[in-house]
Design a protein around this ligand. Structure first.
Ligand code: SF4
Ligand code: SF4
Ligand code: SF4
Length: 307
């Protein structure tokens, strides 16, 4: 199926797709793929060197940053009054937090590769895929730029390239899926870290390692593994020496997947959802009129290539 035919079908069927939000990703046990991979991030070891940011930039062929990766003035930046977030040009960023009466804490942020991803659930054209290896990837040839995923993600991760005002495409960490994860290799950011902040492995093993570290050093760590339960569990997990909220984590997230909230939302606003996908699909068709190929980087892995 060509992308144009697919999208034309989506225009007609967009409302129906949106009105049938039952694509729960992986059943009721909330474990995703049992042998899926993840990364344990131990923030007590991070020194804020930004080597992981540089490695990601290189691995993903991202543009040169405005400031070099050895410029630590970025830790004082507050774009739009907030700490830095991943963007379409930087799939991971490190921030410094200054807890009261504590040493500064550095935290690496990227897509957490949720077990039951709200981005996937919210996407009416099924641009997203959760792979058995644990990555949440996307097909940017299918993405119509509706930004539902941006709103649905509980961690504020998906970013968009606004090179075209009406035809933005999603950009986010893909767990180095293309170049590494699908071959069983360690992600670039993990490999580059000089402090061994991150451990790459099966998620279920990482949870054991995390609890073991807490048990061995109860004074050093807060007794929680962030991501073990939040929103149904995430592939990337965190250990911290300070309460998680002091390092900018949202501690009010439910342990249930966000999909449940999305379903509730869909149930109460059927009119909006009937119109919204078709509207954005229409914009997309207009914007891509005359183009024969997908735009930007190709992260397509789900067999929906143009033929
Ligand atoms: S962190 Fe956000 S973008 Fe990443 S998988 Fe979860 S919902 Fe999707
Ligand atoms: S896993 Fe890969 S894409 Fe994701 S932040 Fe690390 S280097 Fe970047
Ligand atoms: S490379 Fe390691 S130590 Fe340096 S900022 Fe990234 S996670 Fe922290």
């Amino acid at each position: 199926m060509t992308r144009r035919k697919f999208l034309a079908g989506s225009m007609a069927g967009g409302a129906a797709i949106a009105m049938a939000p039952t694509k729960k990703a992986f059943g009721a046990n909330l474990e995703g793929f049992p042998d899926g991979m993840g990364v344990l991030v131990d923030m007590t070891r991070c020194v804020g060197c930004r080597s992981c940011e540089a490695a990601c930039n290189k691995e993903q062929n991202l543009p040169e940053p405005d400031k070099s990766f050895d410029d630590y003035s970025v830790f004082d930046e507050r774009p739009h009054g907030h700490y830095r977030r991943p963007t379409e040009k930087a799939y991971t960023v490190v921030n410094r937090y200054d807890p009261v009466d504590e040493q500064p804490v550095y935290r690496k942020i990227q897509c957490n590769h949720c077990n039951e991803p709200a981005c996937l659930t919210s996407c009416f054209v099924n641009a997203y895929t959760k792979t058995p290896e644990g990555a949440v990837i996307y097909n940017d040839k299918v993405c119509v730029g509706c930004r539902n995923c941006m709103i649905a993600c509980p961690f504020g991760i998906p970013a968009y390239s606004y090179s075209s005002a009406i035809n933005p495409i999603i950009k986010k960490c893909i767990f180095c899926y293309d170049t590494r994860l699908k071959n069983g290799q360690t992600p670039a950011c993990v490999e580059a870290c000089p402090q061994q902040v991150m451990v790459f492995g099966k998620r279920k093993e990482l949870i054991k390692i995390a609890h073991d570290r807490i048990r061995r050093s109860p004074v050093k760590y807060v007794d929680q593994v962030y991501g073990e339960k939040e929103v149904g569990g995430t592939g990337w997990l965190y250990l911290s020496g300070v309460p998680f909220q002091e390092a900018g984590f949202n501690i009010s997230l439910p342990s249930e997947p966000i999909i449940n909230n999305v379903k509730d939302f869909l149930a109460i606003v059927p009119m909006v959802l009937a119109i919204w996908p078709a509207l954005f699909t229409g914009f997309h068709l207009l914007a891509t009129k005359g183009k024969s190929h997908g735009h930007g980087d190709d992260h397509s892995h789900d067999g929906q290539e143009e033929h």
